[in-house]
Design a protein. Structure first.
Length: 73
């Protein structure tokens, strides 16, 4: 999700990456809260941490790939 969000914006600064991770992390937290209300699902802080880590890695790698592409051009 972090990679897709980052690819959808024109400016790819560190602030944008952090904003995308923050918004995605909030969404992941809301998802975990929602899961706690469903009887067959289990809500976990570790799942939220994995989601947030995935957002950070995806957004960072995508940002680096776009920067490498711009350097080559």
């Amino acid at each position: 999700m972090g990679a897709l969000l980052l690819a959808s914006v024109e400016q790819r600064s560190v602030k944008i990456v952090l904003l995308i991770v923050a918004i995605g992390s909030i969404f992941a937290g809301i998802d975990e809260m929602w899961q706690s209300m469903i009887p067959t699902r289990i809500s976990s802080i570790y799942d939220w941490l994995a989601d947030t880590g995935g957002l950070l890695i995806g957004a960072t790698v995508t940002s680096l790939l776009f920067r490498l592409k711009n350097i080559e051009n």
